[in-house]
Design a protein around this ligand. Structure first.
Ligand code: GLN
Length: 198
């Protein structure tokens, strides 16, 4: 039997449906076959080839992952794409943490939480990316303030790094501070190309 590549979308909070639809659309665009499923249990996490962590509230997201007993299993998934709070969860170093806040610590990046201000200061803008013009939506977004050795910029807007990637020891992680799932499937396509290139 052919094993289908399984891509999970962490389904506790945030744009779960949007990420599922963007990933399914991206698979179609690339003529690839894979299974995209919302996941919220350790058993489901164990079956995955790749995981997408949507936005939401990073403290709550992490706490729910801990409550589900899935943190160690998440760290073993070789391909992870995190957007907004998902990028916070991937980061190794975090500024403006909530008391006791923890992350998965998988990417050698420093992220400043809520760096653009409160929820009401959320905004949208057009950016130029390696994938063409893109509308980017920032919802109480974090800022990727520093990338360490082993991490490469993927999308930059002026001085700001809006997306970056880390490819190391058979793992691949992609972090974006904004919400590509709302406006484009290009970054999902880019992520899937990595997943299917293994
Ligand atoms: N401000 C949120 C946090 O700290 C992230 C916001 C988002 O994911 N849209 O988790």
């Amino acid at each position: 039997m052919i094993k289908r590549t399984k891509i999970g979308v962490l389904a506790f909070q945030g744009d779960v449906t949007e990420h599922v639809l963007a990933t399914e659309h991206a698979l179609k665009q690339l003529h690839l076959t894979g299974q995209v499923t919302p996941v919220r249990t350790k058993a489901a996490i164990l079956k995955l080839d790749a995981l997408i962590i949507p936005g939401g509230e990073s403290t709550v997201l992490y706490a729910l992952c801990e409550r589900a007993g899935m943190v160690d299993e998440m760290k073993k998934i070789p391909y992870i794409f995190g957007t907004c709070a998902g990028a916070i969860l991937l980061s190794h170093r975090l500024k403006h943490t909530a008391p006791g806040q923890k992350t998965l610590g998988l990417m050698n990046i420093t992220v400043d939480r809520n760096a653009y201000g409160a929820q009401t200061e959320s905004f949208e803008k057009n950016i130029l990316t390696p994938f063409g013009q893109m509308r980017s939506v920032f919802i109480r977004a974090p800022r990727i303030v520093k990338i360490g050795p082993g991490v490469t910029k993927l999308i930059q807007d002026g001085e700001e790094i809006l997306a970056c990637e880390q490819n190391k020891n058979g793992t691949y992680y992609l972090a974006a501070s904004f919400h590509p799932e709302l406006t484009t499937t290009k970054i999902h396509e880019y992520f899937l190309k990595k997943v299917f290139s293994k």
